[in-house]
Structure formats: C-alpha cells, structure tokens
Design a protein around this ligand. Structure first.
Ligand SMILES: C[S@@+](CC[C@H](N)C(=O)[O-])C[C@H]1O[C@@H](n2cnc3c(N)ncnc32)[C@H](O)[C@@H]1O
Length: 334
C-alpha cells in the first residue's frame, strides 16, 4: 500500500477529491499546501474550459473580462430530471472526458409513458406517413403559449435509431456556444459560431418540481435575488387548451442542477431564440427547447423574452438594452 504521506499520494488524493468540491471548499483546500494549490488551479482551469463538464457533444467554455470569477458552479444535467440522485458531481478532474450520454436519452424516471411511436423505414421519420409527425406543429409557429412554438419528435417506442432526422433536440448541444460574463446581467449564453435560422440550440434542462415546491423555492429565490448576487433559473411552462384554460403546468428549476440554458438572459424585444415545446412520442411531458429565431452572428448573445408579466414587488432592473426595454425584468407569481 502506498504511504499516504508521499508527495505522489498527496497529488493522487487531490486529483480524486478536489473535482468534487464547490468553489469555496476548493479555495480552502488550495490553501492547505503547495501541491493542493497547484491541483486546485488546474481544476479551476478545466472547469472554466467547459461549463458542460464533458456531458455535451462540444465543450462550452466560460469567458470573463469583467471580474475575477472563472466559472459558475452548479451540477450539470443534459436532461431534466424527475428525481435527483444525491451526491457530488466531479468537475475539473484530469481524467479523460466523460462519455457523452446524450444517446439514448433516459426516459423520465417516475413518469408514465404511453406505448406509441412510429415504425418508419429509414429516413421516412417526420414525413407525411410518420405517426410522430404533427402537421399542425412547427418549431416557430403558433403554440400553446404566446410566442411559443411546438414540435413532435420520435420517442422511446419508435423503431428508428439515434440518427433519426425527427430527433433534432435529442442529441445534446451540437452548436458552438460560450458563457460570457456581463457587468450587469451576470453570465450570459453567446453563440461561438454563426447560426442559421431554425437551428436547434439547447433544451432548458433542470429539476422537475411540483407546483408546491416551485412556489416554495420561488419565494426563497425572490428574497435572495432582491439582496443581489443571486441568479435564479426557475421557469414555469403552461400549456393551454384552445379555450385558453391552462391544462398542463411544468416547473423546471435549473438554478442548482441544470444545463447551459440556465445562462440565457432576458430580452424585452423577444430576443433571438424561439422557445418551442417539444413532445416525443410516448412521453407525456413536453420539453422546452430553444431554436434560433433568425440568423445569428458569431459572438451574439442568445436571449429570449421571459414573459410579459411584471407583477412581483421589488422587480429586478432589466439591462437587456433593447429599444423597447421595460426597465424591469418580467416576474410573475408562480
Ligand atoms: C436564468 S438566469 C440567467 C443567467 C444569469 N445571468 C447568471 O449569471 O446565472 C436569470 C437571471 O439573470 C439575470 N438577468 C437575466 N436577464 C437579465 C436582464 N435583461 N437584465 C438584468 N439581469 C438579467 C437576473 O439576475 C435573472 O434573475
């Protein structure tokens, strides 16, 4: 057995333990000894190089020319989760990149799914004969909520495989993005390559919450946000019947566990992203996905409109910079 006091053993344990630590604990560990300081610096550099920590097909780096924060800390999930498995998630270790888990997507643990799908021949999926195609639905058309598009994709019960053309949103973030710090808005998601109109950008992934839990967290987040230095990322999606009555409400919280969509800032003029509710055959819950609403240049910030309502007291100041900026961020009672 290796002597625990040897420099090699110290570095080995640093390699194992430091990637599990949140920033404050990492800084504390760095002050322990020179070897830990060097190992912690390497962890920080690797974290700043990929917000997605190897869980998306492409790395998504942080860029900060505003202050000294190298990255934002949260647990990464490429898909929304019904239940969280407790425990820390390593981030910034020197091991090889984690395998990309974007295929097959896990089915939503705990949610019932209907048995349905298509049996299309190769390359027929999404076409007129595909049982999963919905002639009414489109990524940029009328949807269940004002400004929200809708789309149907192939799902778990379909005969098609990972390369199916009707699974555009199921293979993770395949466009180059970066997370950029702004003096007023905090972190924001930017295009790191030019995007054509209608390209899939990312899903809004996080924890699925009950409405009761969403309300409880919203109250807490409001308090923390009004004190500054806190950026909540809890979103409520309501799907309406044509009559206008709400029929389904989905609460997704990406504040502590989420994906890169948690960095998308608000724009009062609607922004350059189109939110789309995507429903896969066999899945009862829709997923919120973002597509480019127009051609987007490399370096542009990606934004969407959080909503129209500004009803909660102490609304936060909006810095979207749009011509029609309302001055206050949208906020509604959840
Ligand atoms: C979903 S998060 C977006 C990412 C966030 N900027 C961060 O640093 O993590 C939403 C929060 O970002 C900030 N934010 C988003 N859009 C903004 C805007 N137009 N003006 C000012 N702050 C904004 C607010 O703090 C808001 O509560």
């Amino acid at each position: 057995m290796r002597n625990p006091a040897t420099p090699g053993a110290v570095i080995e344990s640093a390699e194992l333990v430091l990637p599990l630590l949140p920033p404050r604990d990492l800084a504390a560990a760095a002050s322990a000894c020179r070897a830990f300081r060097a190992a912690a610096a390497a962890v920080t550099t690797r974290r700043a190089a990929d917000a997605a920590r190897g869980l998306e097909p492409l790395p998504i780096p942080f860029h900060n020319r505003v202050d000294s924060k190298p990255y934002a800390y949260f647990l990464y999930t490429p898909f929304s989760l019904a239940r969280l498995s407790p425990g820390a998630q390593p981030w910034g270790g020197s091991g090889t990149r984690a395998p990309v888990p974007t295929w097959p997507r896990p089915s939503l643990d705990g949610f019932p799914s209907a048995v349905c799908g298509c049996a299309c021949e190769a390359e027929e999926c999404g076409g007129p004969r595909c049982a999963c195609a919905d002639a009414e639905a489109d990524a940029a058309g009328s949807g269940s909520e004002a400004g929200m598009g809708s789309l149907r994709e192939c799902g778990d019960e379909c005969a098609c495989g990972p390369a199916c053309g009707n699974r555009r949103t199921q293979r993770g973030v395949a466009v180059r993005l970066r997370v950029v710090r702004d003096a007023h808005k905090g972190w924001g998601l930017h295009a790191a390559e030019a995007l054509g109109r209608g390209q899939f950008v990312c899903e809004y992934a996080g924890e699925f919450l009950t409405t009761e839990e969403a309300r409880r967290r919203q109250r807490l987040y409001d308090e923390l946000a009004s004190a500054g230095k806190f950026s909540p990322a809890l979103i409520v999606i309501r799907e309406h019947l044509p009559s206008g009555k709400a029929c389904l409400r989905v609460n997704i919280d990406a504040t502590k566990v989420g994906n890169v969509a948690r960095f998308i800032n608000h724009s009062c003029d609607g922004g350059n992203l189109q939110p789309v509710l995507v429903r896969a055959s066999g899945s009862l819950l829709p997923r919120l996905c973002f597509f480019s609403a127009r051609d987007i240049e490399e370096g542009e910030e990606l934004t969407f409109c959080y909503g129209d309502a500004r009803v909660r007291p102490n609304g936060l100041r909006c810095f979207c910079g749009g011509l029609g900026c309302c001055g206050v961020l949208p906020s509604e009672e959840t």
